[in-house]
Write a protein that binds this ligand. Structure first.
Ligand code: FES
Length: 145
């Protein structure tokens, strides 16, 4: 498991986290290449099925990064997203998976450092958890090493 490099999907709101990622880039603040960003118009558009599909398709962890509470451009999309993330955590628990594989994060467009820090911290968390139980090919690789 020493060389395990997790695949992480980050659903990022166009108005905040995606712009924060852009800002991190323009300030030359690096973040782990493990994090694959999917831009969404608002985290309110991210449904539980999207998170579950990402895990099913090989992601070891997924986070949803939306605007700060009270700052969602679509009123309460980030609140709805947070509730869905909590729902997915319960589903994962029911499956015997670690609920920490999914998280909701809030940030503003100006938080390039926070974006990078979140990417580093979440990557470390998933490294500690190991490969997703939903990805048998990774389990086989992990077992061989
Ligand atoms: Fe950013 Fe809704 S517009 S979370």
């Amino acid at each position: 498991m020493e060389n395990f490099e997790p695949e992480i999907v980050a659903f990022c709101c166009h108005y905040c986290a995606y712009t924060a990622a852009d800002m991190a880039g323009s300030k030359r603040i690096s973040y782990p290449p493990n994090v694959k960003i999917i831009r969404v118009p608002c985290t309110g558009k991210v449904d539980a099925i999207h998170i579950m599909k990402a895990l099913e398709k090989g992601a070891d962890g997924v986070y949803v990064a939306g605007c700060l509470e009270g700052d969602c451009h679509f009123k309460n999309g980030n609140i709805r997203a947070a509730a869905r993330v909590e729902n997915v955590k319960r589903i994962l628990e029911g499956l015997g998976w670690e609920p920490g594989r999914v998280e909701m994060i809030n940030m503003s467009a100006g938080m390039g450092e926070r974006f990078a820090q979140t990417a580093f911290e979440f990557t470390e968390t998933i490294k500690k958890l190991g490969p997703s139980p939903g990805n048998p090919s990774k389990l086989a690789v992990g077992a061989a090493s």
